[in-house]
Design a protein around this ligand. Structure first.
Ligand code: CUA
Length: 160
């Protein structure tokens, strides 16, 4: 009986060690980080030094997957650009970051709804097939100017 107890204890301890080793490796291998796996990071103090966020706005996409890349800087208490025009029917990759605090990025009447956190670049791909004006609103409380924090997307009758 004593022998079996020993074997059982050894088995239990080994299982725990193996489990912790696997967990430890999978948490950090291939560049994974426990904080935010797969999300691109950026130094929030140097957002403007990044070419993409120097003059945020709509740019022709280099990849065939999208028609445009759309860059936004969200800060207390505004979005830059304040207004952007997108040709109808465009497939757009949206990138948003912030130099200060957590903001929201929701495009009303669409399923675009992201949290924008300092240090991270939030991304979302959306198709703009409906003509009209769409309000961008901040849905994370960020301070006294929170309710005034908006921007506008104008989807115009572009090439079909
Ligand atoms: Cu920005 Cu609320």
């Amino acid at each position: 009986m004593h022998k079996y107890e020993k074997i059982w204890l050894t088995f239990g301890t080994s299982a725990l060690v193996i489990f912790l080793v696997i967990l430890g490796i999978s948490a950090v291998h291939q560049g994974h980080s426990p904080a935010a796996s797969g999300i691109e990071t950026i130094n929030p103090e140097h957002v403007r030094d990044d070419a993409r966020f120097k003059e945020p706005g709509l740019y022709e996409a280099e990849s065939d997957e999208y028609d445009y890349e759309l860059y936004f800087v969200a800060s207390a208490f505004q979005y830059e650009p304040r207004e952007v025009e997108i040709p109808k029917g465009s497939r757009v990759r949206i990138h948003v970051t912030t130099p200060d605090v957590i903001h929201g990025f929701e495009i009303a009447q669409t399923n675009v709804n992201m949290m924008v956190e300092p240090g991270l670049i939030s991304k979302y791909t959306a198709n703009f097939n409906k003509e009209g004006e769409f309000l961008i609103i901040c849905n994370e409380y960020c301070g006294v100017g929170h309710t005034d924090m908006t921007s506008l997307i104008k989807v115009t009758g572009g090439e079909e």
